[in-house]
Design a protein. Structure first.
Ligand SMILES: Cc1cc2nc3c(=O)[nH]c(=O)nc-3n(C[C@H](O)[C@H](O)[C@H](O)COP(=O)(O)OP(=O)(O)OC[C@H]3O[C@@H](n4cnc5c(N)ncnc54)[C@H](O)[C@@H]3O)c2cc1C
Length: 134
């Protein structure tokens, strides 16, 4: 079971009764939770520490939605990571749906994205490179 105090939160998901812990992650936000999930699926005992009780509104992870896109303005080097991310979101969606006992839990919705900028804008250069290469 999760152990809760006012100042910290430690996941109990993979902490056994003897409190053996392989990895301690500081910050249970987007990166910390994703890392803990990946490590715990590999059998690691993980403890997450956070100054607030996640999910909360004092970090970057709050809000209802996030998007990512394959036509990536910051450069095509990111696209393989984004393709992996898409696959992992789909796996997480399938896993949480099957474990919920309540049927499909939609986590991922695929939509289109419209980028509008001047033809010579830096934004479009990365988008174009991503589209051409992938
Ligand atoms: C409004 C908004 C919209 C966004 N939209 C997108 C989007 O569409 N697509 C996208 O890819 N990204 C988006 N981002 C960015 C994305 O949300 C962040 O990159 C991501 O959440 C960062 O994850 P993180 O784990 O680094 O930080 P966080 O999720 O903020 O986690 C950090 C955690 O560390 C904890 N912490 C901090 N200091 C300490 C301390 N001293 N001790 C203990 N714990 C501590 C915090 O409480 C927090 O829980 C958006 C961000 C914002 C704010």
């Amino acid at each position: 079971m999760a152990q809760k105090t006012q100042e910290s939160w430690t996941t109990g998901v993979h902490v056994d009764g003897s409190f053996r812990i392989d990895t301690v992650i500081l910050g249970a936000g987007s990166m910390g939770l994703a890392t803990a999930y990946a490590l715990s699926r590999r059998g690691r005992k993980v403890a997450l520490l956070d100054r607030h009780m996640p999910p909360h509104t004092f970090g970057s992870h709050h809000g209802e939605t996030r998007l990512f896109r394959m036509a990536y303005a910051e450069g095509d080097a990111y696209v393989p990571l984004l393709q992996d991310a898409r696959q992992m979101w789909l796996e997480l969606e399938a896993r949480t749906s099957s474990e919920s006992g309540r049927g499909a839990l939609p986590l991922f919705a695929q939509t289109g994205v419209l980028n509008a900028a001047r033809p010579d804008a830096n934004l479009l250069r990365g988008v174009r490179e991503s589209l051409i290469r992938y």
